[in-house]
Design a protein. Structure first.
Length: 218
């Protein structure tokens, strides 16, 4: 029962519709009716601008961090699992809440930022590796969706490599959950994958820093 309470709390925190609330509060619009129609940070950045999009992303990251780092540690008596696994489950519940929020008829974002916040709390080095993959993809191609997908896939790979070649020893449960999370992220980005394959996915040219370097040299 105690674990169920923690998971429900984590889900409710993750389900907070950040982009919808900030969009209505500061622009008077429903973010789901504009851009891609997604209630995530990328669409918020595109439609509302960086001054609102950035806080949306930060808050979405915070939801995962709060679930894994704080809610998982609420003293609820004896729990059937170790704290590290409880943190993983609470973080995953927050991700599910972000993607399927009860407050907005179960239509939310794609879970990347919230998953990043959860993993940053419990597996900082693999997340840093994934962040490097994400940033490199953005700089080269200017497509956030592609960066999100490749970053998610790199997480379990990073855990395997860090366990093999460093003194770090991440548990098998983390490897399994990050692999499952990577599959989940790919599934939630399936529409983006189709657009990428057709060459129709919208890019952010301003994020392609290598183009600016070439122009500067010219």
């Amino acid at each position: 029962m105690a674990l169920a309470v923690l998971l429900v709390l984590s889900y409710l925190v993750g389900a907070f519709p950040t982009s919808i609330v900030l969009g209505k509060l500061f622009r008077g619009i429903d973010i789901r009716e504009h851009g891609s129609g997604n209630a995530g940070g990328t669409n918020a950045w595109r439609v509302l601008g960086w001054k609102i999009g950035l806080p949306v992303m930060v808050l979405d990251v915070a939801k995962g961090a709060i679930a894994a780092g704080l809610i998982a540690r609420i003293p609820m008596g004896s729990l059937p699992l170790e704290l590290s696994l409880v943190a993983l489950l609470c973080g995953l519940a927050a991700v599910l809440g972000h993607v399927f929020p009860v407050y907005t008829r179960f239509k939310g974002g794609k879970g990347v930022a919230t998953a990043g916040g959860m993993l940053l709390t419990i597996a900082s080095w693999p997340v840093l590796c994934a962040a490097l993959v994400f940033a490199t993809t953005i700089i080269l191609f200017g497509r956030v969706s592609l960066g999100s997908i490749l970053g998610a896939i790199s997480l379990p790979i990073s855990i395997l490599l860090l366990n093999r070649f460093t003194a770090l020893d991440y548990p098998l449960a983390l490897l399994i959950l990050t692999a499952a999370l990577a599959v989940f992220i790919v599934i939630t980005h399936r529409a983006n994958v189709r657009r990428l394959l057709r060459g129709e996915e919208r890019a952010f040219p301003k994020l392609q820093l290598w183009r600016k370097l070439i122009r500067t040299k010219r």
